[in-house]
Ligand binder design. Sequence first.
Ligand code: 6CS
Ligand code: FE
Length: 309
Amino acid sequence: YDVLESSAQTDAYPTRDPEKETWRERVDPTVWQDWTDQAPISRGQADAFDRDGFLVLEDLFSTDEIAALVSQAAELRSALEGSDAAEVVTEPGSDAVRTVFNLETRHDLMARLSRDVRLAGIAQFLLNDEVYIHQSRLNYKPGFTGKEFYWHSDFETWHAEDGMPRMRAVSASLLLTDNRAHNGALMLMPGSHKTFVSCQGETPDANYETSLKTQKIGTPSQESLRDLAQMHGITDAEGPAGTLVLFDCNTIHGSNGNITPDPRSNAFFVYNAVSNALADPFAAEEPRPDHLAHRGTPSPIKLRTGALV
Ligand code: 6CS
Ligand code: FE
């Protein structure tokens, strides 16, 4: 791969060249404002997010709140077992539910969670803007049969296929089971968010129909991943149910399969800055459906405080 400097023109992050992969420098900040004592996270946490591209926060939610969310997630899952809705993605090779999209539209408690100051308020601070939900999902990784997610940057897909212009989005994953290295916890490469890996390979039509089970296009080459892992190392985002994992839209991440008896699940909300609303896709013919990427004029989230239940 070549290593090129980027510039903030019409397409700050060109990707999916049919011929070659390129490393480009990130032109956007990670933390979009200076820390003050009004911030919802400590100075050390803001610095860590800036440096690593992620942050793991424990003890933000009470046991009652987590119990309510866990039972809601289980209900949603059993209600959608066997559903052929486009918003429900099954595991490769089985009918087990892997992902349910549009989480906040399915239940009041999930809607309330999506607006909570502990998620959306931190996102607002990091992005220094009002925020809206770009995508939301429940991720389930069943015991024994849960399959891996290969290494990728979310932003690469959101830019190429959804038209997200700049790196001004953050994902909040609230763990609903214990997540450990052994049951397929999220793995992240700390510091990888400062490099944009412009991936090789054109986007096939309706790529999302297969990429949500097994992603092939928009993933870095093994050569790039080897170099990134050597430069940055790999961190397991472990924690008990109730842990919040925040990560920048360009942090390289993935997860292993789960052959343990212990399922792994999380509620996942992507907050995008309202000033970074979607344009036409940068490297795909058609935008993806709305349940994968909310389009149109964004309606900013009104923050909620206090207990969820
Ligand atoms: O498609 C998405 O929006 C997300 N899912 C996958 C498998 N890769 C890119 C992004 O994280
Ligand atoms: Fe991802």
